[in-house]
Each structure stands twice: as structure tokens, then as C-alpha cells.
Ligand binder design. Structure first.
Ligand code: NAD
Length: 343
């Protein structure tokens, strides 16, 4: 049993805390919460212990949420902290809290690669996290790409070039600030290519990112060039049928379509956790292949955070950890139901 605290209770933190709380080998110490708000009430009602900055203690009590202790207390009581603070705050937390307290920590993809000893994706480099003190779970987009590219690289050693156009969601559904309403922004040579390389090594990848005014999911259009004939549609089906964190959807036509089915099928918070490979976008001819994937940004990194805890602790091997994490999150069921809906 290993004791884990979650520092930061937003989009990612609340999902990771729920997942850790269901793991038989993990004791969720609690979560740190900075603002007394409805999220704090809901967490408290679920029985999650809430730790707050000392100066906010009275405000939480007045709000009707009894803190279990201070942020200092949760860090002290945790063997590893999952830092789910906003972009670039994780590195500050590292410098100001984790390093002085000699505390191991897991960071998220909004932090630079230099925040940690390794960049982590369960399928790609689980074993590299063993005994590390600082691990970064890469972003939702990079996680999606690694889950797709790693199996392809294991099947083909003649990939000459990968270019990806990412259509990013402008904001999360709960974000009241949102993205530009009337414009699509773009960035050539976006950081995603390098981010993939932090996990997979020197893959020949370039990325262009577009930010679109929608909230549901990221969409990636992936083009690959091979030295020999590109894999056929059937080959692609065979490669990804074995991947427990990839759903192969044959008939979905939009992100709205996928999310609506997630709602209809009753997935908690609409969370899919998997990357969706859209078989109806696969075009293979000569040496070239193109296909599209969708990335459910709020949930895809949740299983990787759980696995990162297990990998750092050396509690289980990669296969056992991934299997158990998927069981806890019901990912087999989600994969089957989505694939059946879009058969
Ligand atoms: P969020 O804004 O939804 O949540 C962050 C939470 O941290 C908030 O509740 C905030 O009050 C709290 N917080 C503020 N200052 C803090 C501090 N100093 N220490 C600890 N907590 C603090 O952010 P998010 O979307 O959950 O993103 C968290 C991290 O996960 C970022 O690095 C982000 O890039 C990454 N990430 C986000 C997504 C996504 O789609 N939202 C996907 C993958 C990875």
C-alpha cells in the first residue's frame, strides 16, 4: 500500500483522485484544494479528505467544508505527490515544496520536460520510471500520439516521416474563459513533435497545431511515409485490435458523435480514457498512410498517472499495472461499447 496525495483539484486532479481512490494498492491521502467552492463540497460529500492552505482554513469552515489539514500536511503524509496544478505551477511546487521536503512527485504535460527525470507514457516507457523521484506524464495530445505511434514502430522499422496536424480544443467544457470564438489559431512546428520524442526517442515527426473554438476533443490528422509499402487498412486493424488503450471506431463522423455516445452509454463524466482511431479516415496507398485520431483531453492521461505511481514504486510490472488500471477505470467496457456503437 502506497500513500498518494493529489496537489491541485481541477480537470485532471479530480479524475486522477477518483482513479487512485479505487486502486487496491494505493491509499489516497486526499486532495489539496485552494478555493472553497462547489467542487470542494462535492469532493467532501464523496469522502475525499481536503487539505487547504493554512490561510484559507477558516474560509473553508465557513463554507461548510471541514479541512482534514493543511497543504503541508498532505505533502508530508504522501509518499508520492501527483501534482495536477495549472501549467507551469508544477515546477514552482517542485522548487518550493517537493525538493525541500525530499518528496517524490508526478507532474503533468503543462510542465516542461526538464521538470522531471523522465517523460512517461505507460505503453512506451513504463520501466524507465522505476525508482525515479520526478516523473512527467506527457500531455493529452502526446499521450494519444504515443499510444498510436509506439505499436506502429514495433510493427514497422521503415517509417521515414510522420507529419501530424492537430486540431486542438480551444478550452475544456468547464472553462468559462474559453478560446477565441471567431478564429482558428495555428502554430507551425509546435512543441508536440519534440514532446513525442521525449518519450519515443528520435522519431522523424513534425507537428502543426491549430486551436479551434470547440471543447469536446482534440483531433489529429496523421500522415506517415514508409520506405516500403504502407500498411493496409486491414494491417492497421490488426495492429490496433491488440491495443487496450486504443478504440478503433469504424463509423463515427465527428467529435460530437463520439461524445454523444459516451453520454448515451453512461460513461462517468463522458470520460473515454482511450484514444480513438477512426478507421473510416484511413487511406493507404503506395508508401503513404493517413488516418485521424481523437483525443479525449480530460481523461486520457488519467490511466497514465495511476501507472506512473505504480511504475515509480515498482509495485507491479507494466502488464499487471496497465491491466489493473484499466479494470479500475472500466476501460475494457468503454472500449467494447464504443467499438460496438461505431461498428
Ligand atoms: P485546472 O485549471 O483545471 O486545475 C488546476 C487546479 O490546481 C485548480 O483547481 C487550481 O485551483 C489548483 N491550483 C492552483 N494553484 C495551485 C498550486 N500552486 N498548487 C496546486 N494546485 C494549484 O488545470 P487542468 O486542466 O487540470 O491541468 C492541470 C495540468 O494537467 C496542467 O499541467 C495541464 O497542462 C495538464 N493537462 C491538462 C489537460 C486538460 O485537457 N485539461 C489534459 C492533459 C494534461
Amino acid at each position: 500500500m502506497i500513500s498518494i496525495g493529489v496537489n491541485g483539484y481541477g480537470t485532471i486532479g479530480k479524475r486522477v483522485a477518483d482513479a487512485l481512490g479505487k486502486h487496491p494498492d494505493i491509499r489516497l491521502v486526499g486532495v489539496s484544494k485552494f478555493t472553497p467552492d462547489a467542487d470542494a463540497r462535492i469532493a467532501a460529500a464523496k469522502g475525499i479528505r481536503i487539505f487547504v492552505p493554512k490561510e484559507n482554513h477558516d474560509a473553508f469552515v465557513k463554507f461548510g467544508v471541514q479541512p482534514a489539514g493543511s497543504v503541508d500536511d498532505i505533502i508530508n503524509a504522501s509518499e508520492i505527490v501527483v501534482d495536477a496544478s495549472p501549467d507551469k505551477k508544477g515546477v514552482k511546487n517542485k522548487e518550493e515544496i517537493y525538493v525541500p521536503k525530499n518528496k517524490r512527485a508526478i507532474f503533468q504535460g503543462g510542465e516542461k520536460e526538464s521538470v522531471a527525470e523522465i517523460s512517461f507514457n505507460s505503453r512506451s516507457d513504463f520501466n524507465a520510471a522505476k525508482n525515479k523521484n520526478y516523473v512527467r506524464v506527457v500531455s493529452c495530445n502526446t499521450t494519444g500520439l504515443c499510444r498510436i505511434l509506439k505499436p506502429m514502430m514495433e510493427n514497422r522499422d521503415d517509417i521515414e516521416k510522420i507529419s501530424v496536424s492537430l486540431i486542438r480544443r480551444g478550452a475544456d467544457p468547464n472553462d468559462s474563459k474559453g478560446s477565441a470564438l471567431n478564429s482558428v489559431e495555428w502554430e507551425a512546428n509546435s512543441h508536440h513533435a519534440h514532446d513525442v520524442q521525449t518519450v519515443l526517442g528520435p522519431v522523424p515527426i513534425t507537428t502543426t497545431a491549430f486551436k479551434a473554438p470547440q471543447t469536446l476533443m482534440h483531433v489529429h490528422s496523421i500522415s506517415m511515409k514508409f520506405r516500403e509499402a504502407a500498411p493496409s487498412k486491414e494491417d492497421i486493424g490488426n495492429i490496433y485490435a491488440k491495443e487496450s488503450r486504443v478504440a478503433v471506431l469504424k463509423t463515427a463522423n465527428s467529435t460530437a458523435d463520439v461524445i454523444e455516445k459516451a453520454r448515451d452509454l453512461g460513461f462517468n463524466r463522458n470520460d473515454i480514457f482511450l484514444v480513438n482511431l477512426h478507421a473510416n479516415t484511413i487511406v493507404s496507398g503506395g508508401n503513404e498512410l493517413s488516418m485521424a485520431i481523437t483525443v479525449p483531453q480530460e481523461s486520457i492521461v488519467v490511466p497514465e498517472n495511476v501507472d506512473a505511481v505504480i511504475a515509480m514504486s515498482g509495485l507491479m510490472n507494466q502488464e499487471k499495472s496497465m491491466e489493473l488500471t484499466e479494470k479500475i477505470l472500466g476501460m475494457g467496457n468503454i472500449k467494447n461499447k464504443l467499438e460496438q456503437a461505431f461498428a
